[in-house]
Design a protein around this ligand. Sequence first.
Ligand SMILES: [Ca+2]
Length: 326
Amino acid sequence: MFRFVLLLLVLVAGPVVAAGYGDHAAYPAFEARMVERHGFTAAELRGWLAAAERKDSILEAISRPAEKRLSWGEYRKVFITPARIDGGIAFWRANAADLERAAATFGVAPEVVVAIIGVETRYGGNMGSYRVIDALATLAFDYPPRGEFFAGELEQFLVMAREQGFDPLSLLGSYAGAMGMGQFIPSSFRAYAVDFDGDRRADIWNSRADAIGSVANYFSRHGWRHGEPVVVAARVTGRIANERMNPGLEPNVATSELATLGVTAADGALDGVERVLPLMLETEAGTEYWLGLHNFYVITRYNRSTLYAMAVHQLSQAIRAGYERP
Ligand SMILES: [Ca+2]
């Protein structure tokens, strides 16, 4: 009798209290898409999505009003600190062979890869503590403004886990589903992550070699030009055309036009450069003027922000200087 009651409870309770997203109104369409496009079974999908939990903290984080926009001076203080520079030097020393192999394979210098991993996760120290499936399911099903985007990432995530032989319920990441030392979202993982230690799996959480190779490959595939400068300092030559400074992310101002903006670079610094991104950045000490080059634009393919690109670049320079110091 007791056993029967228990069994009945399970039978009755099972589908009704199923936690997670298996019962969400939008779930059947997602399931159909995954079955049709990728050949998953409905049962395995339902199992994963039923185990995915809605996280209100994620919805709060993503819909929080944008924080006060940081000035360059404030932004720089967050990322270019003695601790982050020293951490980068130590990371380079500990992984020199893999970083050199990545430079030879992908044409991206060690300090660039190290700086990205430093800015993204403090060298793997903070890779995010949400289950990726919780983050992506929460945003795909319960955050309509970007639901479609995150449903696409959830799709890529499940395909990625199958390809790599990962349990999709075990992987951790940021509240937006960015994963591993370089914080790849699933679509980036599938496009750019590589196995760089030879075990046939791109484990960007636990293998530093894989994380290094993956970041270098990302840069290579976005057009990084090895050995070319990233940005050059500009000096003021006349009245600054404020409205023409910081025009976006692409270097699309002809160098021949710079005089009309009121800035120039040191003699020879722009030899062979046709177009630049004129930047005006505020610090406590005053305004800085810079000219972003092609490689500056490539850094913004990782994160679409000029302050991000500048921080990665300057951190990379500081790390290289420290690494080479006897
Ligand atoms: Ca590997």
